[in-house]
Ligand binder design. Sequence first.
Ligand code: CU
Length: 341
Amino acid sequence: MPRNLSRRDLFKLGGAGILTASGIVALNKTSLTTNHKHNLLQTPAPMEHGALPGVGEVDHERNGFNPMELLTDFDYGHVSLLPNGQTLREYEVVAINKEIEIVPGIKFPAWTYNGRVPGPTFRATEGDRIRIKFINGSNHVHSMHFHGFHPGSMDGVPGSGGMAEPGQEFTYEFDAEPFGLHLYHCHAFPLARHIAKGLYGAFVIDPKEGRPRVDHEFVMVMSGFDVDFDDTNDFYAVNGIPFYYQNHPIQIRVGETVRIYLVNILEFDLINSFHLHANFFQYYPTGTSLTPSEFTDTIIQGQAQRGILEFSYKYPGMYMFHAHVTEFAELGWNGMFEVIP
Ligand SMILES: [Cu+2]
């Protein structure tokens, strides 16, 4: 009897590293049978106990983005001054369909802002004027719906304003407020599909007086990939590529201060989480206060929740950070800090 192959079956088969070209074709269908399942196997051995899943490298050059660069890739836009003295930040964003390799051998037909998942991390200071020329270069209607204050006509929602048909463009313009860590995403319907396909990104608004100086600032956007389009995620990732920071630890030094802008845009699963090993962090929910609300080592975020984490490491070593939903970690949402003396 043919039956559907669930993401758990995939993982039992050994996860990311073993899918063949025929497997990719099979994954593009909505239902996988046991026949396909046999095609997926390159090596019949199950995953070894004690080993980390997700070895191997995707082609970052072909993808056109690299999660190590996305960590610190803050986009301040083209900056000028308006006659009233207000800072103007101008951006151009193009929505394009693009196939990206998310784990070795598995290509995901993504919908992207500027060819990357997540899209650009916009960064401004409270009170700046933001102007974003959005060009829809794809074959579906899309928008950019920002979290934060703005007129309804700039909301990027059907019935309010700011939708762009294929080949059309729309310019979003509003003042950056309130300060905090926000996000943006497409708000065309069906919404779950437009988000899950890759149309989202982080939006940082710094307070006028700034935040205390730290040694490192990193952006981490948590999401998932439903590669067989059955409305459940097959892989989980930070900054677009599952397992990336596990295979490429983020290097910091003992005592250096680290600030993480953490955004959850995961579709199909109700919660996501972040756990830091052998350490605690100060947590600022939504980044809208300069006083932390919690000193902890684990936080939970629902979709569109976000917050700022601050910490430093006392001892050198290798330290994991990951979703504390164990299944998410084993399907890609797992990373390492390498703390150097
Ligand atoms: Cu869309």
